[in-house]
Design a protein around this ligand. Sequence first.
Ligand code: AMP
Ligand code: ZN
Length: 473
Amino acid sequence: MKIYNTLSGKKEEFVSVEPGKVRMYVCGPTVYNLIHIGNARPMIVFDTVRRYMEYKGYEVLFVSNFTDVDDKIIKKAVEEGVEASVISMRYIEECKKDMAGMNVRPATAHPLATEEIAGMLEMIQTLLDKNHAYVAKDGTVYFRTRSFAEYGKLSHKNLDDLRSGGRSLLVSGEDQKEDALDFVLWKPKKEGEPYWESDWCQGRPGWHIECSVMSKKYLGEEIDIHAGGEDLVFPHHENEIAQSEAANGKTFARYWMHNGFLNIDSGNNVYQKMSKSAGNFFTVRDIAEKYDLQVLRFFMLSAHYRSPLNFSAELMEAAGNGLERIITCVENLKFLSGSAGEAPVPEEEALSREAGGFRAKFEEAMDDDFNTADAIAAVFELVKFANTHASGASSRTFLEKLLSEIRALSDILGLIVEKQKEILDEDIEAMIAERQAARKAKDFAKADAIRSALLEKSILLEDTREGVKWKRA
Ligand code: AMP
Ligand code: ZN
């Protein structure tokens, strides 16, 4: 299996630190709003990487944080007149609902920055002890980038250019940094902000130290994969490497994976990165009103994860049609299988072997730096093959083989290819009758449970004098 490693700028054969185990950390969102579909891209992409690794037999420890202390969260809390934690908790819950809708599995751990402060204080102290950090007059602690010889190895940036770009700040005296590239590990609180006690000042951590510490605590000092969107390469991931390697004296992560941007037409066919700050975004919730979120997942996987991806209604339509093609094939195979004969059909032996061959194509694509676009193409070929060879004369064994191949490959991509069952009118009527009987018998708990079960399927009940009325929400 080959992975493109941002660190080397090349595709490399994947070799895990511990055989059979993958330790993977994905930088998660800052939770001050509903997530947009740009944030959804790394979630879907790296969930798929995880699923494929598991398919290949690895045990995957997958950690993704929520950044729950940040200027934007504090600003929103002040606007609403509530504690910052009220905002972050609200949007963590909403984010988890969106993830479930996109069939992104919960991580092995979802640490919160605010719950890991002790580890941050400890790592900052280690960096100070090793002379990789210094305390400025106002109690801010900075990382000393010049003390880490390999600084810049991930982003391959020209540090001299960056330094001269940042020099004006130092000259103007606004900054207490020794060097323009030094970055904050700990900063003093401002009035009304959440803060923690420390030896340097009452304050809060810088963003980069959070991930270094959470990754170490949940996955250890040397991990296999560290991932996120490409905007995180510099400075976030560069700084994480500097902190972790300077503090731990070990390679931080072997493979650095970065997804390309999800872009959107900002007018006149000019595509720009979707972002909250630019205001050019759709939330996952907006998209869920128009499409099944499986369509969004399919759309994201229809491009290679490192390529830029332009969002448009036309491409979403195309994704919807593509997914529908697979679902229709599955439905058809299930239908045929219902009345298929048990007797083996001689020529099916060779066809079954051929059907299994699409899996090799699928794996070849996924082994090549998770080329989901080509993997989906292999699924389509399999669907076409099934549509050509499955018929009323096929044996159940052959139909089941086709079904299980399509399901298995779709499942690796996290795509649900079963038609979601709609509840039928007669089933609703039957449940209402059962509820009435329960009420008559004064079993109100059961009556309530039936009402809730219907509500979960978006069926609303209204008790009127003429009896129970119901409607679909
Ligand atoms: P943020 O909440 O901005 O820190 O972003 C959370 C994750 O979403 C990070 O991995 C970002 O790189 C990623 N991300 C944000 N915007 C986009 C976008 N337009 N396309 C792809 N990834 C994005
Ligand atoms: Zn991070």
